[in-house]
Design a protein around this ligand. Structure first.
Ligand SMILES: Cc1cc2nc3c(=O)[nH]c(=O)nc-3n(C[C@H](O)[C@H](O)[C@H](O)COP(=O)(O)OP(=O)(O)OC[C@H]3O[C@@H](n4cnc5c(N)ncnc54)[C@H](O)[C@@H]3O)c2cc1C
Length: 604
């Protein structure tokens, strides 16, 4: 047997993920004096939040009159009416004070002439319930995520907080510890630097492991965004809510997928087809290029499908911004200039940037209530919290974004849900004094981590395998892109489900060629690929089963939204035999205090 060391540590709280959501939670648990472990595959400031560009929404009214209820209306409409309106109210209402708190913690916002934080226009953000465009995305040039990550990281390093918060960077989460009663008691992780299994026992576990669109060929996500959070929950019997809603951001750099922020269009940039036509006027006559992302991506994909794409393959369109002027671009969008120049050699102060829709974000995720507690549903379809488990940030699903997220609502989501999950967990631990049997080491390793140990032994002791990982990896990304992207149809989804079964079969034949335990990146890639296979299967089954078009989920064969039959959340359960079963759960349509926004036809 491979010689695998096992270490066990006890904490009050363990947080999986050190992006914006994980750190926002750690600030709270640290302030409450709770011993907190934050585990992350990468150093905290390298988490994907660092690459967010455009900004963070709040009705601060720094540029023009604005109210949280307008922000809430836009969010409900943007989500195509399937979002949970209590969560949408909670988060839009708390947005202004959250931004001010970040500002007080040192976030270096760009400034207006008056000295207040600068706010730009963004897709789907309006004033007075759709009347005119709102300036609500509060920005640090085009490096807003970078500023948030550093502001939160520094906050956790304050002496009164850091004494309780320990970062475990380069630890790879492998399994949720869940006992027979269903209580979550921590996580099992792999120590990537030294090799060995590390069991983190905790009263509260907060999953903040971010997004997972690496399973698409063209995507904006960081390499670590492969979907560990979904897999941990799927394997622990916890459903994934609304996985079919995958956001394709309109402006990925052609050929590579890296993001060009919607802030470019917010500042006055626009899209052109091969005929030099500003085609968005056909799809969103009122706000054109500032429609919501699903609408713009479908507009672009339609232009390409109908032969008006640019280039020899007619497979992309152009984003023009040179008319904004070099000084403005270098002041407000310097990162965009750099990305376009580095990746496609385009100087965007002179020429348009070639762009195509790129997989960007999951509106769905681990189901939570407004306090970040992970929930399942009882037989009467009532939400029941899973003791000891929370989720925050992109991996969670409140559902703050419904079927389509508006730009700049995600940074807000992760700061607010991270904070709320941390606060709720802290209050629960301090008030309720939860206990769980603290089992001896052998008991833990044998009982709760036995499957992990068996798998690791098999990989380290077993043969190299007859299938190479990249064979499955490459095919998976290509086929997900082909059949699960902006347009979906039964035939393509059936084809993709059959392919996924094949990939799972092939995956059984994958082994490791590198048997070392120290910094074995092949081992992590093995688990990354498994994560992506889980995510792909869960979202494809859900997309196959939802027979309507809503938000980012567009079915060519069911092109209309169907509120009579489909105003329901998907709950996708992973079964022991590897199948995925979907159930349908009520939408929380009643806000906390605001009137319910009733479903209407969505036009921009
Ligand atoms: C290019 C880009 C630009 C964006 N721009 C904006 C914007 O302008 N405005 C906006 O509102 N939103 C934007 N978004 C969306 C937003 O940035 C993300 O949804 C958000 O940052 C996710 O934050 P998070 O804390 O949930 O996860 P992340 O920041 O992704 O952090 C995930 C954490 O989980 C850890 N992790 C992952 N896997 C494992 C594992 N196996 N074991 C241990 N740890 C693990 C990682 O190490 C990391 O610390 C953008 C996204 C992208 C990709």
């Amino acid at each position: 047997m491979a010689d695998i060391s096992v270490r066990i540590e006890e904490f009050d709280v363990v947080i999986v993920g050190a992006g914006g959501a994980g750190m926002a939670a750690a600030v709270q648990t640290g302030m409450a004096g709770l011993k907190t472990a934050v585990i992350s595959e990468v150093y905290p400031t390298r988490s994907h939040t660092v690459s967010a560009q455009g900004g963070i929404n709040a009705a601060l009214a720094n540029m023009d009159e604005d109210y949280w209820i307008w922000h809430m209306y836009d969010t409900v409409k943007g989500g195509d009416y399937i979002g949970d309106q209590d969560a949408m109210e909670f988060f839009t209402k708390n947005a202004p004070k959250t931004i001010i708190e970040l500002e007080h913690w040192g976030m270096p916002f760009s400034r207006t002439e008056k000295g207040t934080a600068y706010q730009r226009a963004f897709g789907g953000q309006t004033r007075n319930f759709g009347e005119s465009i709102a300036h609500r995305a509060t920005a640090v040039a085009d490096r807003s995520g970078h500023a948030i990550v550093h502001t939160l990281f520094e906050r956790t390093l304050r002496p009164d907080i850091v004494q309780y918060v320990s970062y475990y960077s380069e630890y790879y989460a492998l399994k949720l510890l869940r006992n027979e009663e269903g209580t979550v008691m921590g996580v099992v992780a792999w120590d990537m630097v030294n090799g060995g299994v590390h069991i983190f026992f905790a009263y509260a576990t907060i999953l903040a492991s971010g997004g997972n669109t690496r399973n698409f060929r063209t995507n904006t996500n960081a390499h670590v965004n492969t979907g560990i959070g979904w897999k941990l929950c799927a394997q622990a019997g916890i459903p994934i809510k609304d996985p079919e809603f995958v956001q394709f951001h309109p402006t990925g750099i052609y050929g590579v997928g890296n993001l060009i922020t919607e802030g470019v269009r917010g500042e006055g940039g626009y899209l052109l087809n091969a005929q030099g036509e500003r085609f968005m006027k056909k799809y969103a006559p009122h706000v054109l290029d500032l429609a919501s992302r699903d609408v713009v991506s479908r507009g672009m994909a339609t232009e390409i499908r109908e032969g008006r794409g640019v280039g020899p393959k007619k497979d992309h369109v152009l984003l023009k911004l040179d008319h904004l002027g070099k000084d403005f671009i270098m002041d407000k969008l310097p990162g965009i200039w750099e990305l376009a120049y580095k990746f496609v050699g385009v100087d965007c102060t002179k020429d348009p940037i070639p762009v195509q829709p790129t997989a960007h974000y999951h509106m769905g995720g681990i189901p939570t209530n407004i306090h970040g507690q992970v929930v399942d549903w009882d037989k009467d379809n009532k939400e029941v919290p899973i003791p000891g488990l929370y989720a925050a940030g992109e991996v969670g699903c409140g559902s703050l974004h419904g079927a389509n997220r508006l730009g700049c609502n995600s940074l807000l989501d992760l700061v607010i849900t991270g904070k709320e999950a941390g606060r709720h967990a802290a209050r629960w631990i301090l008030d309720e004094h939860p206990t769980f049997p603290n089992p001896p080491e052998e008991f833990v390793a044998d009982k709760y981590a036995k499957d992990v140990m068996d798998k690791l032994n098999e990989l380290f002791d077993g043969p190299e395998g007859t299938v190479k990982m990249d064979e499955i990896w490459e095919d998976l990304q290509d086929t997900m892109q082909a059949d699960m992207s902006v347009f979906r149809i039964e035939e393509g989804l059936t084809r993709q489900l059959a392919r996924l079964d094949e990939y799972f079969e092939k995956f059984k034949k994958v082994g490791l060629s590198d048997k070392s335990k120290v910094f074995n990146t092949e081992l992590c890639e093995y688990f990354d690929l498994e994560n992506m296979l889980y995510v792909s299967k869960i979202e494809t089954v859900a997309a196959y089963n939802r027979k309507e078009s809503r938000g980012a989920h567009y079915r060519d064969d069911y092109p209309e939204r169907d509120d009579a039959n489909w105003m329901l959340h998907t709950a996708a359960y992973w079964k022991e035999d590897g199948s995925v079963v979907t159930e349908y759960k009520p939408v929380r349509q009643k806000p906390l205090t605001a009137p319910t926004f009733q479903p209407k036809k969505r036009v921009y």
